[in-house]
Design a protein around this ligand. Structure first.
Ligand code: TYD
Length: 207
């Protein structure tokens, strides 16, 4: 049996990942393809508990190392419990964020360093790499305007402000320069134009 395709979506907060994820789900449904959608941090019982800790605004004393290790703990859980079994059954996996988020947010923007985040990313995932990663690249100001329409206010990470999001964006773009699997997509375009590019890249992969 062929392994499933492992597709991840990345980008700063408010880059439009959810819209693209939904369009991809609809496309997979139309084609009768089997898939699951998961999100990080979260996607498992343990991971959702870790997510609550990570995003809770009251946890303002959390250290950068504690934050990094919690993201990796949630990732270790979802990789072993959900992602790897699905891929080996031939089910495609669409993941809303994966380890590139840690490289960009914790490694680059929080200055924990690529050596450390690369090492932990590898350990947490048993060296499971996405087949393709879509980086939805957008200016933080535009992303912020999009986010302000959402319910629930800002979470602990979003509260770190625009200059933080700018750093995260730089971190992602630097990563994309060395990682061939990362497709950088200009996310300041209409949703259907963005999706067209995503769809083409995925079918190139499956042909
Ligand atoms: P979420 O509400 O899922 O944000 P989004 O809808 O933008 O994906 O919250 C996840 C937050 O956690 C988001 O701000 C990005 C951050 N994050 C990290 O800092 N490191 C990580 O490894 C991951 C997976 C997420």
């Amino acid at each position: 049996m062929n392994k499933g395709i492992f597709i991840t979506f990345e980008g700063i907060d408010g880059c439009g990942k959810s819209t693209q994820l939904n369009l991809l789900k609809e496309e997979f449904d139309r084609r009768g393809m089997e898939y699951i959608v998961v999100r990080e941090p979260g996607g498992t019982v343990v991971g959702e508990k870790i997510r609550t800790i990570l995003l809770d605004k009251n946890n303002d004393s959390m250290t950068r190392m504690a934050e990094l290790l919690l993201f990796e703990a949630a990732r270790a859980q979802i990789t072993e419990e959900v992602i790897l079994p699905a891929l080996s059954r031939g089910v495609n996996v669409i993941c809303d964020r994966f380890y590139d988020s840690t490289s960009a947010y914790q490694g680059y923007a929080n200055k924990m360093g690529r050596d450390l985040t690369d090492f932990l990313n590898l350990k947490a995932t048993n060296d499971t790499s996405p087949d393709i990663t879509f980086l939805l690249d957008i200016d933080p100001q535009t992303a912020f305007k999009r986010r302000s329409g959402r319910d629930g206010g800002e979470d602990r990470i979003e509260l770190q402000g625009l200059s933080y999001q700018e750093k995260v964006r730089e971190g992602y773009l630097e990563l994309a320069r060395t990682e061939e699997r990362i497709a950088v997509i200009d996310a300041d375009q209409p949703a259907d134009a963005i999706f067209e590019q995503i769809r083409n890249r995925i079918w190139d992969l499956t042909d």
